[in-house]
Design a protein around this ligand. Structure first.
Ligand code: PMP
Length: 419
C-alpha cells in the first residue's frame, strides 16, 4: 500500500487532489510506504476489535497514582528545565538510567557513548539518514520489523533479506549474500538485526551466531544496527550477550527503548554507538527534532529515582508470560494442524505459517469482519514474500481476549480451508 493510496487515519486523497502537488513531491517519496501496523491502528482502536496486531505494551498496569505523583514531582522539582529545550544527546540523568538498564542485560556502556532519541524508531531513521544514499544496500532478516520497512523505503534502500531458522539469522546465507554483493561491487551499508525475540519472527539469535555476526562485521568492516527493545522481556532461558558487548564498541550501533519496559507514550529510546557514528546521528537529530522531550526525560529520571523499575518489569514479565502461554494453548486448540508457529522465550510476538494456499492479507479482511486483527506476513518482507504468514501479538489484550481472538482467527481459517 503506498502513501498515495492511504495516508494513515485519514480518508485517502483523490487522484485529482494529489495531481495538484504531483510535480512538487520529492522523487524519494514515491517509494514511501505506510506501515501496516499504523494503518491498522484506526481499526484496532475500535473497542469491539480484539487486536493481536499492534505490539502495544500493557500500560494499564502502570498505577495512575504513581504517574500523577511522579509528574507532580517533575513539576515541583524541575519545572523550568522540564519546560525548556534540552541537549540533543539527552539529559545526563537519563543517560545514567540507560547505563543502568543496559547493565541489567550485562552490557557496559558510558554516558558519552549514548544519545537519547524520540523512541527507538528514531534511531532507525537517523541511521538511515546517516548511512544511506539512494540504491544503497541494507541487509535485514526475513521477515524483518514491519516498522523498519517504511524507513528503508523512504531512503530508497535496496534490502537483502536473510532467512532465519530457530537460531536466528542464517550466517551461511549471510555469507553467501555478502559474497554475491561483493562480486557485484556492492557493500551493504549496515546489517539490521533484532537478535532477541525478533519482531516479528519471535526467534532469538544463538550465542554462536552472535559471535559469528560480530566477527564478520569486523572482518568486512560492516556496521551492524542491533535493535533490542525486548531483551529484558525474557520469560525463560538464560540471557545472551548483546552484539554491542561482544563487539566492544567498534562496529555495532545499539538501539534501546523505554517503550516496552516503562511506557511507549513517552517516546523515548536511545542509541549507543562508536563516537564518529554518534556525532553523525546527533547532526541528523538536530535537523529532525533538536532534542527529545525534556519533560518526558525528567519523568524517566524521577521514575528511576523514586521507583524500582525492576519490580515493574518483573510484573510485566509475569503478565506477558501467562498471555503467551494462553496464546500457545489457544493455537493448539483452534488452528488447523498444518499450521506452524515459533515459540518465543520472550518479547511480544509469535510468527505463524499457514498452509500455502491461504493468503493472510485476504484472511485479515475476513478476520476484521469477525472483529479480530493480526499483521499479515507480507508487511515484514520487501519483496512480496510472506503471503501465508502472520504476526500475532500477545501483550496488548488480556488472556480471555487472546483466547477469543485466536478462536475467531481459527474460525476464519477453517472457513477458508473449506472453500
Ligand atoms: N524496533 C522494534 C523491533 C520494535 O518492535 C519497535 C516497536 N514496536 C521499535 C523498534 C520502535 O519502538 P519505539 O519507537 O517505541 O521505541
Amino acid at each position: 500500500m503506498t502513501i498515495d493510496e492511504t495516508p494513515s487515519g485519514r480518508p485517502p486523497s483523490s487522484a485529482h487532489e494529489i495531481e495538484r502537488y504531483g510535480g512538487l513531491f520529492a522523487k524519494r517519496t514515491r517509494g514511501m510506504t505506510s506501515s501496516a501496523m499504523r494503518d491498522m491502528m484506526a481499526v484496532t482502536a475500535r473497542p469491539e476489535v480484539i487486536s493481536l496486531a499492534t505490539g502495544l505494551p500493557d500500560t494499564t498496569t502502570f498505577p495512575a497514582e504513581d504517574f500523577a505523583w511522579l509528574m507532580s514531582r517533575v513539576a515541583v522539582d524541575s519545572s523550568a528545565a522540564a519546560l525548556q529545550y534540552g541537549p540533543t544527546d539527552g539529559l545526563d540523568d537519563v543517560r545514567r538510567c540507560i547505563v543502568e538498564v543496559m547493565a541489567a542485560e550485562g552490557t557496559e556502556v558510558e554516558i558519552d557513548d549514548l544519545m537519547v532519541t524520540t523512541g527507538g524508531q528514531q534511531v532507525i531513521d537517523l541511521v538511515c539518514r546517516a548511512f544511506l544514499d539512494p540504491g544503497d544496500v541494507v541487509v535485514a532478516e526475513a521477515p524483518t520489523y514491519p516498522g523498519a520497512v517504511p524507513c528503508f523505503n523512504s531512503f530508497q534502500a535496496q534490502v537483502a533479506q536473510i532467512e532465519m531458522d530457530e537460531h536466528g539469522m542464517r550466517i551461511d546465507v549471510l555469507e553467501e549474500t555478502l559474497a554475491r554483493l561483493k562480486r557485484e561491487g556492492r557493500t551493504p551499508k549496515f546489517i539490521y538485526t533484532i537478535p532477541n525475540f525478533q519482531n516479528p519472527g519471535g526467534v532469538t539469535m544463538s550465542e554462536e551466531r552472535r559471535r559469528a555476526l560480530v566477527r564478520i562485521a569486523a572482518e568486512q568492516e560492516l556496521v551492524i544496527l542491533e535493535d533490542n527493545p525486548y531483551g529484558l522481556l525474557r520469560y525463560e532461558g538464560d540471557p545472551l550477550p548483546t552484539l554491542y558487548s561482544l563487539d566492544g564498541g567498534r562496529y555495532v550501533i545499539y538501539l534501546g527503548t523505554f517503550s516496552k519496559i516503562l511506557s511507549a507514550g513517552l517516546r523515548l529510546g536511545w542509541a549507543a554507538a562508536p563516537k564518529p557514528i554518534l556525532e553523525r546521528l546527533n547532526l541528523g537529530k538536530q535537523a529532525a527534532d533538536l532534542c527529545s522531550s525534556p519533560l518526558n526525560q525528567y519523568f524517566v529520571s524521577a521514575y528511576f529515582q523514586h521507583r524500582d523499575w525492576r519490580t515493574y518489569l518483573k510484573q510485566l514479565r509475569s503478565i506477558y508470560r501467562r498471555r503467551r502461554d494462553v496464546m500457545f494453548a489457544a493455537m493448539e486448540e483452534f488452528f488447523p494442524a498444518e499450521t506452524t508457529w515459533t515459540e518465543p522465550q520472550g518479547g511480544l510476538f509469535l510468527w505463524a505459517k499457514l498452509p500455502d494456499y491461504i493468503d493472510t492479507t485476504d484472511l485479515l479482511a475476513r478476520a476484521l469482519r469477525e472483529n479480530v486483527a493480526f499483521v499479515p506476513g507480507r508487511a515484514a518482507y520487501l519483496d512480496g514474500r510472506g503471503g501465508s504468514e502472520m504476526r500475532l501479538n500477545f501483550s496488548g489484550v488480556n488472556e480471555e481476549e487472546i483466547r477469543e481472538g485466536i478462536r475467531r482467527i481459527g474460525k476464519v481459517i477453517a472457513e477458508q480451508v473449506a472453500l
